[in-house]
Design a protein around this ligand. Structure first.
Ligand code: PLP
Length: 389
């Protein structure tokens, strides 16, 4: 991996010390290039000119193919949506819920992983069960196993948690759930782009992702995976033009678009999906295995450095199998927002508070360099010393 080239490609890295890819990843110039190119084409030749429409559609399909390849999926299993939230809602509104159905969540879900279920529960009396997470792989599986009952219909889980970067053993959880007749929806906000993914191998039922974090692919772009054999059973809840291939305007008889395209509707900002496609291609050129290895090694070093500072406790897992680039920690005597604000004001480190304000989260990415890691470590040491004084 050529770090100098990567850092030249990502213009935003010069302005400050970027440790919040878990919030929004800084994009390589290729992303804006792809978006600009599509808008220029439409502006110069007319968005409705047949060759322009064809070209925009072809680039959008190429983006879908790139995303599918990244996920180990077929293009027909991928809908281009706006966010993780949209994908979660496709499942929350599209399954046939009955009173008493159980949904298993964890105690560390993002609001996006909670709201679709709280909303559903206001309409249908489903039961939500919260499994407390732990940084111990065996114990994790035991807790999920203990929560499953014959009434469990779905597990809705962050593949990687936003709070401390814990990476769930996805394949084992899916296997366990399927044995109990339950399906699994993963919130992939913090996973996609951090390590290689093969959704067919994991055998996930549904997977919702965004482009704006670890793919560094710009805002307002996401995708939703649904396994091929489940598409017809997952009802379309919101719809509009573009979702059908045939429609009888009088009888209402319709044929949905093939595969997961049926969950897309209405006019869409296709150029931003070209930006996402460019981001995926960029990440694939670097290699998700290389990204995982580099960010994993750097994050591991940072965790060890921070853990050695008196008054600092690392709350991210140390087990490499459960780890990602997310490094969360606490400083005795300071809240997460206080630490994040001080890191920004005094060292221009961009990060965020975590664990409901008790901790601070640093996101280590493939583009992070040693100078940034030293700045972060020394800044945390300074704050911890001042807090102890
Ligand atoms: C775990 C997790 N899920 C969901 C989201 C939100 O995703 P979106 O804004 O694409 O719905 C985030 C971050 O914003 C997140 O960290």
């Amino acid at each position: 991996m050529n770090l100098d080239q990567i850092r030249q490609d990502i213009p935003g890295l010069d302005a400050n010390v970027y440790f919040n890819t878990g919030g929004t990843g800084p994009s390589p110039a290729q992303v804006k290039g792809a978006i600009d190119s599509a808008y220029a084409l439409m502006e110069e030749q007319g968005a409705e000119a047949p060759p322009v429409k064809q070209e925009i559609a072809a680039r959008s399909e190429a983006a879908r193919e790139s995303i599918a390849a990244l996920l180990g999926a077929k293009p027909d299993e991928v809908a281009l949506l706006r966010s993780v939230s949209e994908g979660m809602n496709v499942v929350a509104l599209g399954l046939d819920w009955q009173a008493g159905d159980e949904i298993i969540l964890t105690d560390q879900e993002h609001p996006t992983g909670l709201l679709p279920w709280f909303n559903l529960r206001q309409r249908v009396p489903v039961e939500l069960k919260f499994v407390p997470l732990t940084n111990d792989a065996d114990e994790l599986l035991e807790r999920f196993a203990a929560a499953l009952t014959p009434k469990t219909k779905l597990l809705s889980l962050s593949h990687v948690t936003a709070e401390n970067g814990l990476r769930l053993p996805a394949r084992e959880i899916v296997e366990l759930a399927h044995r109990h007749g339950a399906q699994v929806l993963f919130d992939g906000a913090q996973s996609v782009g951090q390590f290689p993914l093969d959704l067919h191998e994991i055998n996930a039922d549904y997977y919702a992702m965004t482009g704006h974090k670890w793919l560094c692919g710009g805002m307002g772009v996401g995708a939703f995976y649904v396994r091929e054999d489940l598409i017809d059973a997952l009802a379309v809840s919101w719809t509009g033009s573009g979702a059908v291939s045939e429609l009888d305007r009088v009888s209402g008889d319709l044929t949905w678009q093939p595969g997961a395209r049926r969950y897309e509707f209405g006019n869409r900002a296709w150029p931003i999906y070209h930006g996402l496609g460019a981001a995926v291609d960029y990440i694939q050129t670097l290699g998700t295995d290389q990204i995982e290895a580099r960010a994993g090694e750097l994050a591991d070093g940072l965790k060890r450095d921070l853990a050695a500072i008196p008054g600092v406790t690392v709350i991210s897992p140390m087990d490499p199998a459960l780890s990602t680039g997310i490094v969360s920690f606490t400083i005795d005597g300071m809240t997460g927002p206080e630490v994040a604000a001080a890191l920004w004001e005094r060292w221009q480190i961009i990060c965020r508070a975590a664990m409901q304000g008790t901790a601070t989260r640093l996101s280590v990415a493939f583009f992070t360099n040693n100078a940034e890691l030293t700045t972060a470590r020394d800044a945390v040491a300074t704050l911890a010393k001042e807090a102890a004084a």
